[in-house]
Design a protein around this ligand. Structure first.
Ligand SMILES: [Zn+2]
Length: 305
């Protein structure tokens, strides 16, 4: 009996060994890590469609819980390690619970009440709500991080949207450009109506009181970072497109294609720009602008008074 058990155990070990050796080999010998961050969390769902579209009310949070999986699959099938993060707590209700499990979402358990700001662990003059996701990417020494959002600004209900990718100043432009061109080639005006308009890229690095905080923290550590703001949930054409499952998958996969194209393009900043002096303030340092001078953020390093 014992001998049989040992044989079974041996057989299992051999099978596991064979399984491992058939895993995709990483590019360049080391597994490069891509982080995808679902930008909104339960209790802070972000923008949503004004009403039901195709029977669904889509929010930034619900959309990316469901479709980040398809971005991840594309990135993983190209041989990279891909991690999906969310700054909030894990969902307890369906369908988000199943979507989170399927995408393997890592919950960083930092749901910021009223968009409360706090400093980066690594670069404490960088202050923002949602900093925990940037800190995770820094800790993982990620090759890049893509924050998954939809643009929530108003006034675009019927017309074409100013689709854009926001990125960090020193390391993010090639990533943002590649994502924008890929979305233009595959989705914008190719299924998703956009009035013939393309997708612009915008550097955001000024003032610690804005989303620039997480982009700057990534930049300080040499990590290219981009925020997807290419589709509008309050744009009728975009919302109607994204409410169809096959289209939403196509949109998510297109972002995956953009990431893979970027990773393979050699467009990664070489050498990466890494902040030289943590005590030298810049426009994104805490205290730079009047808005952030007024703030009191415990633990933040105020480099400008
Ligand atoms: Zn958002």
């Amino acid at each position: 009996m014992l001998k049989n058990l040992q044989l079974i155990l041996l057989a299992v070990l051999v099978m596991v060994g064979v399984g491992c050796s058939s895993l995709p080999v990483s590019v360049g010998g080391s597994k490069e890590v891509v982080v995808l961050d679902i930008g909104h969390f339960i209790g802070g769902e972000g923008a949503s469609t004004p009403g039901l579209v195709n029977g669904k009310r889509i929010s930034e949070c619900s959309f990316w819980y469901q479709y980040s999986y398809y971005v991840k699959k594309v990135v993983e099938s190209a041989g990279y390690t891909c991690v999906v993060t969310n700054r909030g707590n894990a969902p307890t209700k369906e369908p988000l619970l199943s979507h989170a499990r399927r995408a393997g979402v890592i919950h960083l358990k930092h749901p910021d009440k009223n968009a409360a700001r706090y400093p980066s662990k690594y670069h404490p003059d960088r202050v923002a709500s949602g900093m925990v996701s940037a800190d995770y990417a820094i800790w993982r020494k990620a090759s890049c991080i893509v924050f998954l959002h939809h643009n929530s600004s108003g006034g675009w209900t019927n017309g074409a949207s100013p689709s854009m990718i926001i990125c960090n100043k020193f390391n993010g432009k090639p990533l943002a450009d590649t994502l924008a061109r890929t979305l233009e080639n595959e989705v914008l005006n190719h299924g998703m109506p956009n009035g013939g308009r393309g997708c612009s890229t915008v550097v955001r690095c000024v003032d610690a009181d804005r989303a620039a905080g997480w982009l700057n923290a990534c930049d300080d550590s040499g990590i290219p970072a981009a925020v997807i703001e290419a589709a509008f949930l309050n744009n009728r054409g975009h919302a109607a497109y994204l409410a169809v499952d096959a289209n939403a998958r196509k949109y998510a996969e297109s972002i995956g294609h953009g990431i893979v194209r970027y990773m393979r393009s050699g467009a990664l900043p070489q050498p990466r720009h890494i902040r030289e002096d943590e005590n030298k303030p810049d426009q994104g340092s805490f205290g730079y602008a009047a808005e952030s001078r007024r703030l009191n953020v415990p633990g933040a390093k105020r480099l400008v008074h």
